[in-house]
Ligand binder design. Structure first.
Ligand code: SF4
Ligand code: SF4
Ligand code: SF4
Length: 356
């Protein structure tokens, strides 16, 4: 097969004869499951391509993901969805990548009950808390990946007030935490994630796991650098309007949205460049203000949504002033270049300026 050929060419066992890399997915943080749902729209690559290991050189994977798994059940035992997590804890599936969706509540701030759990403890019949699963599985994982802004930085549940003490995975495990393979926590923020951003990161880690990719490059907020290195503004379809000082005051306008609440100039996100599904969409491109859903300061530092960002007033005033001058000059040039050169005509005279 082409996968086997490619693997052989790389000097690695083929996907067919390898034991799989397991993906243990916990979506039982404080979560709306929006990231799982978003991932079903991935196309570059798609979740089907990952789950079926059809990409050249990709190791075989076994995905234990509540959203698509046909196994079900919260109790320890064979043919039970939750059994794979106990196997991970016992070291019976190695390697595995641990994916965490949703923010992690602080279970230490109250004497009774629990905030969130996943599966049952066979000894007590009580739920095993999400944070306990992280304690059990993170030390055994090849890599820990936080999906969505809740899991990466706390997100909506961790906004001011925060009765559950919600936090992101790096707050819980420690920002300097590394897996047994030396890989830091990998954060793919977004509320929800842009689907391809996550599928691409997962594929990167799988290639890294079989030695086909170097250590994943992450920035100081643990985001893949190639995905989160540029701002929304730098990739926005409306950036030309901003530069010419043309601003929308209503949502039915194609102009720049900064005056009605867009935070794009200071937000690290590739969505306008990449689109949302299969290259289509991307918040400001299609009329939605950027509310900074990928950022560690989200949502508190960007509220109230739909108000003009404080910094936007100064920069848009400056851009409105020079933009009006630039626009006038461009109008002159635009009129000139919108007409053909005058030597394109019939008749017996050559008027191009050419001389023998
Ligand atoms: Fe839902 Fe957003 Fe949290 Fe993901 S980051 S679980 S989409 S609220
Ligand atoms: Fe920048 Fe937002 Fe305006 Fe786009 S809509 S150009 S991201 S300020
Ligand atoms: Fe979130 Fe802004 Fe990116 Fe849209 S453009 S996904 S609102 S950070």
């Amino acid at each position: 097969s082409s996968v086997a050929d490619q693997a052989a060419a790389n000097g690695k066992p083929s996907a067919e004869d390898e034991s799989p890399i397991h993906i243990l997915w916990i979506n039982a943080g404080l979560s709306c499951d929006g990231d799982s749902v978003s991932l079903t729209a991935a196309t570059q690559p798609s979740i089907e391509e990952i789950a079926l290991s059809v990409l050249p050189g990709l190791p075989k994977v076994a995905v234990h993901w509540p959203l698509i798994d046909f196994e079900c059940g919260p109790v320890q035992g064979a043919d039970n969805f939750i059994e794979w997590f106990f196997k991970g804890e016992r070291g019976e599936i190695d390697p595995f990548v641990l994916v965490i969706e949703g923010s992690i509540p602080n279970e230490s701030i109250k004497p009774e009950g629990y905030w969130c759990g996943f599966g049952d403890n066979p000894e007590t019949g009580q739920p095993i808390t999400t944070s306990e699963w992280i304690d059990r599985l993170a030390p055994k994982a090849l890599a820990v990946v936080a999906i969505g802004t809740c899991a990466t930085y706390g997100g909506i549940h961790a906004m001011a007030g925060n009765p559950t003490g919600a936090m992101g995975v790096p707050d819980y495990l420690g920002w300097d935490w590394t897996s047994k393979a030396g890989i830091p926590i990998v954060c793919v923020p977004g509320c929800p994630i842009q689907p391809d951003n996550f599928s691409e990161t997962l594929v990167y880690l799988l290639y890294q796991a079989v030695g086909s990719a170097p250590m994943i490059p992450l920035d100081d907020q643990l985001r893949p650098t190639w995905l989160f290195g540029a701002t929304v503004h730098e990739g926005c379809d409306r950036a030309g309007y901003y530069e010419q000082g043309q601003f929308a005051t209503t949502y039915d306008s194609p102009k720049c949205l900064v005056k009605i609440g867009c935070w794009g100039p200071v937000v690290k996100c590739n969505v306008p460049k990449r689109g949302w599904m299969d290259g289509i969409g991307g918040c400001p491109n299609v009329g939605g203000i950027c509310i900074a859903c990928t950022m560690p300061g989200f949502p508190d530092k960007f509220m109230p949504f739909m108000d003009e960002p404080p910094g936007g007033k100064i920069s848009s005033t400056a851009s409105a002033a020079y933009g009006s001058v630039i626009r006038r000059l461009r109008d002159i040039t635009a009129k000139t270049v919108d007409h053909e050169p005058k030597w394109r005509h019939r008749g017996d005279q050559l008027t191009t300026g050419y001389r023998k």
